[in-house]
Structures are given as structure tokens and as C-alpha cells.
Design a protein around this ligand. Sequence first.
Ligand code: AMP
Ligand code: MG
Length: 477
Amino acid sequence: MQFALIPYSTKQREITSYSNLNFQFDNSYARSLPGFYTKGEAEKSPAPTLIKLNTQLAEELRLDPQQLDPETAAQIFSGNQPPDDAEVLAQAYAGHQFGNFVPQLGDGRAVLLGEVIDIHGNRRDIQLKGSGRTPFSRGGDGKAAVGPVLREYIIGEAMHALGIPTTRALAAVSTGQKIFRDNILPGAILTRVASSHIRVGTFQFFAARRDTAKIKQLADYTIARHYPHITTYQDFLKAVCDRQASLIAQWMHVGFIHGVMNTDNMAISGETIDYGPCAFMDYYDPETVFSSIDRQGRYAYGQQPLIARWNLTRFAETLLPLGISVEEATTIINNFTDQYDHYWLTAMRRKLGISHSTDPSDMQLANLFLSTIHQLQLDYTNAFHTLQTDPGTFGAFATEWQKHRINHDEMKQANPIYIPRNHLVEAALTAATNNDLAPFNTLLEVITQPFTHQPGRDEYTQPAPRSAPPYRTFCGT
Ligand code: AMP
Ligand code: MG
């Protein structure tokens, strides 16, 4: 069964002006993988205005922030003036959404501008998200509203500051266009930087079409790009599982809930990708769900390791035609749980200040801590600080824990003081939607130094009062 990509059908616009800013793009995806994308361009924005430029990241990408004055940046990052060596394209992918397979998703509201090599020698994708319709848009408008764009900006940068692999935000611009959701909202575009946008769903797209040649081509490309030391497809699968085990353990340690762990939202690079209805848990409860569309709790906090394994099983299935046997794949997938437990316990020992310990019973100790804070209904992030100042709060756990030699410096390094608190994120996004960027800017400042005490900013350490209505996030599409 062969499916051709839908040809690019919307009217091509003439590009009339180019930026003279030199991105030095090197577009390996466009070059190596014809048939994996459609060429296109961003729609024009009527009145682009720069909301935010990540100058540090710009420098990392060898872009000169001096040349990126707000006017130029707005033109480039709205897609109005694509850099002259950009090869604008929309990538094809499929995916399991809430467990149901959709054979064609793809970049329906994003385009890749190209790839750059950063100052560390790493290849990074530069993508515009919210840039208008593509052949993959189905019924959607291809646009994004300023709220979700800034949510992705702030949560992604928070994750980066916490040391967790993630796509990042290079810029946010408002387009000057109104977009229509439940109400009328200002449109915006996020410039997203990723080590690549290859997803489990990218493999599924070609697996669903029984196109083994393309799966092989994609696997070879992905190995060369992300796992260059690897020589077999078995080892490729192992390495992808290993990175996901490490990633999900890191999410769990900071209380991050992705919210839509569909297979199209799992990056083969091991970076966190596609921040939609994501949020950080406050009061500890493994059943926490914030997303309004996740009615069954499929993507609840405590489900995330299981779901990652489920997604990796779908990934493994796509590699079977490359000569991995079902037995080999099963062994590798079964190993995921051990890998995950290993990463989880190693970092949890640091959070509890006992990383010198190699006692396997630390797993029970860590779980006792979690069941204790669950019972006491404590804020997850703050509980690790309370443990240092007021261990008595934790009753029987504290007695066991204090039998260890506690390393308090280690605890300070492992436990963030500041995470993006839901009610503060919401307040910042609401203000930004009404043209007041001050709360967003302050929040960004706070959460990008998560381990440093910031005098006068204690309100940023507090969860919303219990009397507040339950927090709900929306997909923002
Ligand atoms: P997401 O929920 O961001 O993971 O997106 C799932 C799929 O829906 C992807 O193929 C997106 O490109 C597509 N999509 C989401 N929002 C829009 C939109 N506003 N217009 C067109 N496609 C969209
Ligand atoms: Mg997605």
C-alpha cells in the first residue's frame, strides 16, 4: 500500500524580500529525505511585532543579536522575510492520538526554516509554529494564539533551566492577525529550536504505508544525526529507549505533566517536545491531570512512564521490517522499566541527599516519602525544602531517612526553588494577551534561575491557594 504525500496545493505566494541576516543554514533533512515533507512557506503576517527574543540562544546559534533589531526579528520570525538560504518545508508524520492511530498528521501549523550548526557543533532545527496552513492542516487554520505560544516559551525555557532535554524558544512574535477559537484571540508565532523534529510518528507514517525503504532511509538518517556511534537497528532502539527512560524520570522528578504524550509528540532525539496543555503538578497526587481533553487520565502524572513504554513499543513495531525480531524488540522494550527505575532512583537519591547510598531499599524509602506527601497533601516542589528545614513533618519517613548521612548541599542542587506555577503562568498569559508583558518577563526571569534564591520573590514559590478552582489547561490548537 503506497500513499503519496498530498501535493502542495494552496496558492504559492511570491517571496519579495529576504533577510540579509546570515543563518548559514545547512538543510540536511530537505537534502537527504525527499518524499518526507512538502515544500511550502509561511503565510504572511499583516503586522508582525516582536514579543520576545532569546538573545542567549540566538548567540548559541551563531546569530548576531545586534543584527536582530526588533523590526528585523519580527519580519524574520513571522515568516514574512525568510532568510535567503531557508528551505521552508512541512514534515510528514502520523501518530497515535490518545491510543487511536491517525495515519496522517504532519506539520499542520508549523514549517521548518532549516538547520543550523550551533557553537557546540550540534545541528539544530529552526521551526516557525503558528505560521499558517500547510498541506497537513486538515480542517485547521495553521495559526496559534499568543497565550499558547508564550506557554510553550515559558515552560520550555523552564525545562531547559532545570537541565531537562527540551526544544527551546528562540523568539515569539505577534502577527497582528485575529484568530478564532472559542473567542477571538491575537495570533502569534513561536520560533522553536529542536535538535530535530523527528518523532515516533515520523516512523509510523512510513510504517503505515509499508514503505520499508523509507523507514530504512529515515532510520539511517536519524542514527547519523542523533546516535552516530550506533551500528545496528537493535542498538538504535535500545538507545532511543534509554534516552526516553532518562527523560521521563527527569519529568517525574520536577512534577512535569506533558498532557498529550501522543506518539507524534515523542521526539526520537530524547527532547521534550510539543508543549500543549502541559503543567507542573503542585499538590502531590499521581492521578493529577490538568488537560481538559484528557478525560480518562491517560496522560496523568503517574501514567507517564507506562505511556512512554507504550509509545516505544509502537516505535519498535516500525523497526521490525529492518530485521529486528519480535523477541529482540520485546526484550529491549521490557528493559525500559529497569532503565527507567535506575534513572529515577539515582536522581531521587540526590533529591533526598543520599546519593552516596547504593542500598536497593532506597526505592522503598523514596516511595515512602511520596506516599507521605500524598497523604499530607503537600506541594511536591516545596516538600523537598520542608524536608530540610522541618523533617518532623514527615513522621515515620523522617525517622528512616535520618538514619542516612544527609548531604544538604546535594539536596539544594537537586531541588528547584522555582517552577512555573500554574496560576502565575495563567496570569502572565492573560496579561500578555492584553498587551501587558511585564508579568511574563518577570516570570521568565524567575524560572530561568530555578535553583537560586531570589530575594523578594517568595510568592513565586507558592502554589495557588487550595480554595482556587481546580486548574485546567487547554490544547490551544
Ligand atoms: P498537537 O496537538 O500540537 O500535537 O497537534 C496534532 C496535529 O494537529 C498536528 O498534525 C498539528 O499540526 C495539527 N494541528 C494542531 N493545531 C492546528 C491548527 N490550528 N491548524 C492546523 N493544524 C493543526
Ligand atoms: Mg504535536
